[in-house]
Design a protein around this ligand. Structure first.
Ligand code: HEM
Length: 463
């Protein structure tokens, strides 16, 4: 076993992740490619030159123009969620029963990743046990014992020769049959034309599709769950957010990629959730060239990090350190206001990691979070109920960020007649094929589906 070093100093984190990145280019290998071709062969686990080439080849999947094209798909799935929630509201008091937010948000992030990455139409609120959702649940319910298991596997790889994920065959079939459906699959074409890249094998491509699914499923769901929980507990913040969302909705026909950046308070709210409830607990780097760390205290010796040793940067501990964020347990989006965020010390807020090895889907992830929260807050008041944990305490025995007892809320319908009309107008407009879209076919299929859902929705509202 090689040494593991915990680094909490922002300057040293900067050196390791950015300035001297060439000494620490790799993530720690939990599963080798031999043991598990999907996880072990994914971008997250790839090392050295192979990682560099794959990352360069995959990067176009998340450019602004790509994410722009995904917004209508994300918007349509958000509309499904809102339609479903309208149906939960009782006519007598305009309030719903208790809603299980964990269930709702994991279904949303499942459908978004299925649609945008794989070009599959999945409505997990209707088809409750679809294969995508069930697999995602298995992947994300990572308990303490799974973690122990993972450690054993990483130290004794042969123990786990048979470990494969259920999704493997689905992904390979998708990649074979569906060459232009979503960003995970569409990249296949781009990879072949990329001068810097080689021809990637089907296994290598399946591994990238797999990591899009597994990395994207739980992280975004976590941020949504914890944001909704905090909004239920913090009425003033929720009202301020509603005012912003309402003002944007009053000024615009629909929510588009270009309008999202105007939602500045929403950005502050999400940033605060990412600080307080960061889904990633640590950021790891493996030393590939010996490196000298400065002495930990005056008079001490410098420490030489040897090849193969791992450095952990504990994201979560730094986000919750009052040296960098005063009163860290307080949920306070104002920390990220225009005036305040310049006071945040660099390398102390790192929800998506930092440097060349950071999360390469952060732009997409933020869009996914913002679109749903916009619709949710515009349509409903999020209410605390008897089952809403207050204060929020984290569940133990689980590697995911989840509240003890889950996240439960009630919702009250806002006065939304105008926005309902607007969303229906938007859905009709979208039923026309978008010229120049490489996913025209799946877009069309989706729009047919939405027409039905939009009817369903008006029915629900009339009730
Ligand atoms: C709120 C949502 C998300 C958070 C907080 C998050 C966070 C992170 C973090 C902390 C890392 C490691 C960065 C580092 O070591 O410096 C990472 C890497 C990665 N993330 Fe995300 N992520 C999110 C969403 C997503 C989504 C939606 C996808 C894919 C669709 C994704 C795909 C990846 C991949 C492939 C890597 C590995 C990058 C590499 O090694 O080059 N993430 N993410």
């Amino acid at each position: 076993m090689s040494a593991v070093i915990l680094v909490r100093d922002p300057e040293i984190i900067k050196s390791i992740t950015v300035k001297d990145f060439d000494h620490f280019t790799d993530h720690r290998e939990y599963f080798s490619e031999d043991v598990d071709p999907l996880y072990g062969g994914s971008l997250l686990m790839m090392t050295g030159e192979k990682w560099r080439r794959m990352r360069a080849a995959l990067s176009p999947a998340f450019t602004g123009s790509r994410v722009r094209k995904m917004v209508p798909f994300i918007d349509a799935i958000s509309t499904n969620i809102v339609g479903y929630l309208h149906k939960q509201i009782k006519t007598e008091d305009n309030i719903s029963d208790e809603i299980d937010v964990e269930d709702l948000m994991t279904r949303y992030s499942n459908d978004v990743i299925a649609s945008t990455a794989f070009g599959l139409e999945v409505n997990s609120l209707v088809d409750k046990s679809n294969e995508f959702y069930v697999t995602g649940q298995k992947l994300s319910s990572f308990t303490f014992w799974d973690y122990v298991n993972m450690m054993i596997v990483s130290y004794f790889p042969n123990v786990a020769k048979d470990s494969t994920f259920v999704i493997a065959s689905t992904l390979k079939t998708e990649l074979k049959q569906n060459d232009n459906a979503g960003f995970a699959t569409a990249e296949e074409c781009e990879l072949k034309t990329d001068e810097n890249s080689k021809e990637w094998s089907l296994d290598e491509l399946a591994a990238q599709a797999f990591i899009f699914f597994s990395a994207g499923f739980d992280s975004t769901a976590t941020v949504l769950i914890m944001t909704v929980h905090e909004l239920a507990l913090n009425e003033i913040i929720q009202n301020k957010l509603y005012e912003e969302v309402k003002a944007i909705s009053d000024r615009n026909e629909s929510l588009t990629y270009d309008i999202v950046p105007q939602l500045q308070y929403l950005d502050m709210v999400i940033s605060e959730t990412l600080r307080k409830w960061s889904p990633s607990l640590v950021m790891d780097r493996v030393c590939v060239k010996p490196y000298e760390l400065p002495p930990p205290r005056p008079g001490a010796e410098p420490y030489r990090v040897e090849i193969g040793e791992t450095v952990y940067n504990p994201i979560n501990c730094i986000h919750m350190d009052e040296k960098y964020f005063s009163n860290p347990y307080l949920y306070d989006p104002e920390r990220f206001s225009e005036g305040n965020k310049k006071n945040i010390q660099p390398f102390t807020f790192m929800p998506f990691g930092v440097g060349p090895r950071n999360c390469f889907a952060s732009r997409f992830a933020l869009m996914e979070l913002k679109v749903l929260l916009y619709h949710l807050v515009l349509n409903f008041e999020i209410l605390k109920c008897n089952k809403t944990g207050d204060p929020i305490r984290l569940k133990g025995g689980d590697m995911n960020i989840r509240a003890v007892g889950g996240t439960w809320i009630k919702i009250r319908r806002r006065n939304i007649d105008i926005s309902v009309l607007k969303s229906e107008l938007r859905l009709e407009t979208r039923s026309k094929p978008r010229v120049g879209s490489e996913r025209l076919e799946s877009g069309l299929k989706m729009n047919q589906d939405i027409e039905v859902k939009s009817d369903m929705r008006s029915e629900a509202i009339e009730k």
